[in-house]
Design a protein around this ligand. Structure first.
Ligand code: 5AD
Ligand code: FES
Length: 347
């Protein structure tokens, strides 16, 4: 295994079978070796800086019915909301004052958010806060829509690929959704010029070392700017009720591997990681992550954007989360910086 790790460190690439072997043979000792190497690589490029992104959950209305997700269209128990452009702008304003220089507009696939509405919102955000990056995370749209939103000022787009294995994708999604279309969307986003984020859940039903190996190979070849991974956490109102074992440790292990695959990768220590472990995000940073994405949504809607059970920070104000994260990062010797936090090319 040490040989594989050294090869990965040198070449930033392994074969599919080698990735699978590395995953199948995970031990606490190997995890520690990988984490040390990942931390050194991240330190070389990003130092002790942690980038923050202000997450604004613009709508929990979604036309999709993904089997794992709490805001799926088939959940009648979900109380639906959408924010107005004015509400979104006041989240940005508050966030700017708290040192955020990236705003992430995330939501379900809500047809209310037309190109016209989003383009005018993007122009407004960009004119009021020209030193900020805007990230969109609004699911699958047409290439024309992605182009129009890019032209209106969007800098980045997050669209998790969810799994790079077609059969596994079909296990997680209803028949109307297509693996091919998701991959086409990611390709289009990259061609248009977005800084693209992909990603996947760890421990989702049907996931194996072989499907995870494909996820790693996908990241290696697609070369996204960002990759969001976090443990799968069941939501009561979905068919997937079983809590997977070991997904916390496996997520940390994969974060370290991803850092070695792409040293400059923007790698968030996700809210899901902080949900399943009291210091999950800190441990994520120590395993090689370099981004955190605290919530900037109005407190009144936070509980409603419930992708999984027991999500943290649903009662806290934005300023409280910012303070809390400051302390958490300082406790492990890192610091949150006031910066757009673009990907750094290696020097
Ligand atoms: N547990 C963990 N992550 C989830 N997501 C959706 N549902 C869950 C869940 N139950 C993730 C998906 C999606 C992102 C916004 O949240 O990967 O892309
Ligand atoms: Fe929200 Fe700690 S980050 S309360």
């Amino acid at each position: 295994m040490i040989n594989l790790i050294e090869k990965l460190e040198r070449k930033h690439s392994l074969s599919l079978t080698e990735y699978q072997t590395l995953i199948e043979n995970r031990t606490p000792q190997l995890a520690e070796i990988l984490a040390k190497k990942a931390e050194a690589v991240r330190q070389r490029i990003y130092g002790k800086d942690v980038y923050i992104r202000g997450l604004i959950e613009v709508s929990n209305i979604c036309k999709n019915n993904c089997l794992y997700c709490g805001i799926r269209s088939g959940n009648p128990g979900c109380s639906r909301y959408r924010l107005t452009p004015e509400e979104i702008l006041s989240c940005c304003e508050e966030g700017y004052g708290l040192g955020f220089r990236t705003f992430v507009l995330q939501g379900g696939e809500d047809p209310h958010f037309t190109d016209e509405l989003l383009a005018s919102l993007l122009k407004e955000i960009k004119s009021r806060w020209p030193d900020c990056a805007v990230t969109l995370s609004l699911g699958e749209r047409s290439r024309e829509s992605y182009q129009l939103l890019f032209d209106a000022g969007a800098d980045r787009y997050l669209l998790r690929h969810e799994t790079a294995d077609k059969a596994h994708y079909e296990r997680l999604h209803p028949a109307e959704m297509s693996f091919e279309n998701r991959m086409e969307c990611l390709k289009a986003l990259k061609e248009i010029g977005y800084q693209v984020g992909c990603g996947f859940m760890v421990g989702s039903p049907g996931q194996t070392a072989a499907t995870l190996a494909k996820d790693l190979k996908f990241v290696e070849t697609f070369q996204p700017a960002m990759c969001g991974i976090g443990p799968f956490i069941p939501h009561d109102a979905t068919p997937f009720k079983e809590e997977p074992a070991g997904s916390f440790e496996l997520t940390l292990y994969l974060l370290s591997i991803l850092r070695l695959i792409k040293p400059d990768l923007l790698l968030p220590a996700t809210t899901a990681l902080g949900t399943i472990h009291p210091i999950g995000r800190e441990k994520g940073i120590l395993a090689g992550a370099n981004v955190v994405m605290p919530n900037l949504s109005p407190v009144s809607v936070r509980k409603k954007y419930e992708l999984y059970n027991n999500k943290i920070c649903t009662g806290e104000e934005s300023a409280q989360c910012r303070q809390c994260l400051n302390r958490r990062m300082e406790s492990i010797g890192y610091r949150i910086v006031t910066a757009r936090g673009d990907i750094k090319s290696e020097v």
